[in-house]
Structures are given as structure tokens and as C-alpha cells.
Design a protein around this ligand. Sequence first.
Ligand code: FHN
Length: 437
Amino acid sequence: MKPIVIASISLLLLLSTTGLAPAQWKYQPTAENLKTREWFQDAKFGLFIHWGVYSVLGDGEWVMNQQQIPIDTYEKIPSFFNPTEFDATAWVQMAKAAGMKYITITSKHHDGFAMWNSKVSDYNIVKRTPYGKDVLKLLADECRKEGIKLFFYHSQLDWHNPDYYPRGNTGGSWTGRPESGDMNKYLDYMDTQLSELLTNYGDIAGIWFDGMWDKKDADWRLEKTYKLIHKLQPGALIGSNHHRAPYEGEDFQMFEKDLPGHNTTGFSDEQVVGALPKETCETINNSWGFNLKDNRHKGKRELIQYLVKAAGYGANFLLNVGPMPNGKIQPEHIASLKEMGDWLNVYGETIYGTRGGPLTARDWGVTTQKGNTVYVHLLNWFDESITIPSWGKKIKSAAIFSDKTPVKFLENEYGITLKIPKAKMDEVDTVIALTLK
Ligand code: FHN
């Protein structure tokens, strides 16, 4: 055997023990799954919720790791967690008023605490908190009633379970766990918890995994877990925030704090944009979990433009809030979400059900498309005329989307020139609808 062949076989052997081997199985999404993907791409806007016992400390969802709080100390927190103001109806109504079509909530974050009544661990909201209610059940019931789909965020990384071993880059020896453990046992536990979530909470739109980056080269037994999920709920979508190209068995690709193909935050340095439906997630302030001192709230323009840009990239926008320990959402966040909803009441047609338009994103903005209509979203352009590249289709008519005022246009070898009445310019988004011939 030639050395190069031996080298590739050894590489394959190495990769197969790390779970990164080229897929041996070929995933065929079911018709139900493909239907959910279509729904997902049409839905465009979702609410991300990071909520756990960590909210009590008001210092974000990483507080256990950041402050190096050992498990036996952290375990005291659930006894202070009593979110008596939690109101699933209010949360769902808030999401609906914002124009959101789905909610993705943390079932378990990296601290390992289950926000539902798990039967395989009493480290959960029902057994360990004075509140004693299964908030995921309450939310799932309300979402179903109101036609909002529900995803569960689930952390594969676990700072609490002793079998999460060898440990990764976070949750070190300060947790107080023994220097031993059985990762397969942990993954069995994770699969059982996922089975609970996919069996007892009705139709779930998907599982949003996070945490593989903690042990990049570990064998996460993805095939087993993904097959289990697809068997329990064939319509449920699987996505994983591993910051890489999608793996076999995944149904959508997510981008953290960046639009597809960008890497301003450093999370996406290994990320390759694939062909699956896409979603970009971002925080409404600067934190995922509730952070008392965070006042970097994003304003109306920034939030709406993020949604529009995501749509221009063919991606959904998953916007996060971190509810307070009493179960309420910060009033300033409720107000911002309402502003987005008011905007979508007018401009929803240019976002929902669209796909990324014929032009890639430009400095001036993006395009979205539905059928024969292309929506030009001018996010950053205040001159009275603009020339955009032509994509080979002729234009029948052009109008300001909001009030149908006709827009003069000229098509020639330089592209399409649009003349925008000054009075119609909008500092958030001037939307021009182009009807194609
Ligand atoms: O560590 C998490 C973080 O807490 C948060 O959940 C975000 C959401 O995308 N994901 C991880 C960081 O990549």
C-alpha cells in the first residue's frame, strides 16, 4: 500500500473516532420534515428565550463558569428561583404582537438545569424550585393554542453532569466533579431527556443544539441522537450551533450574532454557508440570559434592519430576550418588540414568505423576492436616485411599497435607476416593490 493511502486510511480512522468522519449514513428528510423547512423559511422571525435559574444572579447564563461557582454552591440557586409572575399567555402574546411566528426556548443550558419535569434527573424546575411548575409545558400548551411553533434549545455541553467527561474547554475542575466519567452514559442521559421533550410536549418544531464547540473533536454520537429525534418527531428540524458547515441529519443552519457568511464576532471562523434553511440569532441587548447591568438595548432601526438584512440573506431572524427571575420580560424589550410588530404590520408582505432576492446584499441594503415581485430595501441610502445592478429580468412597474406611489425607473446598460421621491424616504427602510414582466 502506498504511504498516501495509508495516511488517508489513518486519517479516516482518526476522524471516525472523533465523530467528524465523512457521513456513513445518508439522511433522507421525510415529507413532513421538508414541509416544516418550508414553513420555517416562510416564518422569518422568531423569539429566542434564554431562561434558567441563572437569571436569579442577574449576570447572564454563563455566570456559573464566569464566577467559577462550584456545583454544590450553584445548586442552592434553584431554591431562590420562584418566577411567580411567569405568564405563558403574556409571553406568547408579546411574540405575536412582535410579528414572530415561533419561539425557541432553553430547555437546558450549559448549567445542566432542566426547565421541565424531567424523570431522569431531579435537577429540574419542578423538583428543585419553590415554583414547582413545568414552564415548558405551560409554554408549549399556550403556543399550540395560539398557533406559534416551539423549538427547544438544548445544550449538549453540561457543567453539572459528572459523566460529561473528559471535560471540554469550559466547566473545569472548579465545578467539583470527579476526574472520571463516562461520556456515553452522559449521551444516553441526554438522549433520554430529549425523548422526554419530544414525547410529552406535543408537536415540536425543532431542536436547537448548542455546545459541541466545547469539545470540538469528541464523538458526540450525532447519528444516534439525530436518528432518535427524526424517529420521534419526523417533522421536527434539527440545527446545531457548532459554528461549522451542517452535519448529516441537520435540517437548518444557524449563525450566531452574524449574517450568513460574515464573521464579525469570531464565532464563525470555521463556518461554511450551506444550502439548508438559515437562521441568524442575536440579542436584543448585549446578553442572552438576564443581565441586570446590561443597558445596551438595540433600538428600533437596528432591530428592524437586522430582520430585513437576514431576510435579504434568505435567513430567519431569531431575536433573544432573557426574562427576569420573576418571570417577566424587561419592559424596554417588550416595547422594542412591539415596534417591530408595528413595522411588520405594514411591511410584513416584504418579509414573510419571501426568499433572498436576486441581488446579494449591498452597502445600500438588500432585496427580497416573492413570486414576480422583488422588494428593494434601501436601508442606508438617502439620495433621490439609485442605480442597482440588473439581474436580467425586465421590470413592469415600480412603486413605494407602503402607499403604492409609482416610482420612475430607467433600465439601461448601467442597470436599473430608480427615482425615489424625497418625501417617501424612510430612515428605517425605504421599500420599493418592483413587479417583473
Ligand atoms: O454559550 C452559548 C451562549 O450562552 C448562548 O446560548 C449562545 C446562543 O447562540 N450560544 C452559545 C455560544 O455560542
